[in-house]
Write a protein that binds this ligand. Structure first.
Ligand code: MD3
Ligand code: FE
Length: 213
C-alpha cells in the first residue's frame, strides 16, 4: 500500500473566531525550513532563557528579524540584539516572511507586517505552560506559527486562565494564524513525546512571526 495515499492533505480549519489552522501547508518545505533554521542557529545559537521568576524555560530559543523575544530576571521583552552576543539577530529569511504574510492574508489579516520571528526548539519532554502573548506593541496584528519536526499537543484556552482548554494536534508543516478575538487567549504546549515512527527526529521546532514594535 502506498503511504502517500494516507499523507495529510493541506486544508484550512477555523478553530474559533480569529484562529485558523492550515493543516500540512508547509509539509513539502519542511526540510528546507529545517536547514534554514540550522543556519540561523549557527549565527544565534539556541539557549535556555529564564523567566523573571528564575525558572528555566524548557524550550530552547533563538530569533531572527529586527526584534527578538527574550526573557531574563528583568522581564520579558523584545530586543534588537541577542543579549550574549550584542549583535543584531540574523535576518528574517524572505521566504519565511512571505509564507507568514500569505497565511495571515488568507486567514483575514491583510496588513500583517512581521518584524520578529521567535524560534522555539522542544526536546522530548519539553513543554510550555499556559500563557498569553502580550509583549507586542500592536495587538491588532496577528501571530503566525509554523510547526516542524515532532508533533505537539497544543492547549488552547480562552480569555482568562480559568477558561476550559481544548487540545489541538500541531504536526509538521502546520501553520496557525491567531488574531482578532483569539489574539490574547491563553495557550500552552503539553510535554512533547517521541515518535516511534521517526526515531531520528529528536525535536519539535515552532516559529512564531510577530509584529513586535
Ligand atoms: C494562541 N509557542 O512562543 S505557537 C510562544 O508551539 C508559543 O511553541 C507555542 O506559545 C509553540 O509564545 C505556540 C501558537 C500560538 C502563538 C501565539 C498565540 C498560539 C497563540 C497567541 C494567542 C493565542
Ligand atoms: Fe505564546
Amino acid at each position: 500500500m502506498n503511504a502517500e495515499l494516507f499523507a495529510a492533505q493541506p486544508r484550512k480549519v477555523e478553530i474559533l473566531a480569529g484562529a485558523t489552522l492550515f493543516k500540512a501547508r508547509l509539509k513539502n518545505e519542511a526540510d528546507e525550513f529545517l536547514r534554514t533554521i540550522a543556519k540561523i542557529a549557527a549565527e544565534a545559537p539556541f539557549r535556555h532563557m529564564v523567566t523573571p521568576g528564575g525558572q528555566k524555560i524548557s524550550a530552547a530559543m533563538t530569533n531572527c528579524g529586527n526584534s527578538g523575544w527574550i526573557s531574563d530576571r528583568k522581564g520579558y521583552r523584545y530586543a534588537q540584539v541577542a543579549p550574549e552576543r550584542n549583535q543584531p539577530w540574523p535576518l528574517m529569511p524572505e521566504r519565511f516572511r512571505k509564507q507568514a504574510i500569505d497565511a495571515a492574508r488568507e486567514a483575514g489579516f491583510p496588513n500583517f507586517s512581521p518584524d520578529a520571528c521567535l524560534i522555539n526548539r522542544y526536546a522530548i519532554g519539553a513543554k510550555m505552560g499556559l500563557h498569553q502573548d502580550r509583549d507586542e506593541a500592536d495587538l491588532t496584528q496577528p501571530i503566525v506559527s509554523f510547526s516542524f519536526g515532532l508533533a505537539a499537543a497544543f492547549q488552547l484556552g480562552g480569555a482568562t486562565r480559568k477558561d476550559k482548554t481544548q487540545k489541538i494536534l500541531l504536526e509538521e508543516g502546520d501553520v496557525f494564524v491567531w488574531g482578532g478575538p483569539a489574539r490574547l487567549f491563553f495557550h500552552g504546549v503539553l510535554p512533547i513525546k517521541a515518535d516511534a515512527a521517526r526515531p531520528h527526529t529528536l525535536y519539535r521546532f515552532n516559529l512564531t512571526f510577530r509584529r513586535a514594535a
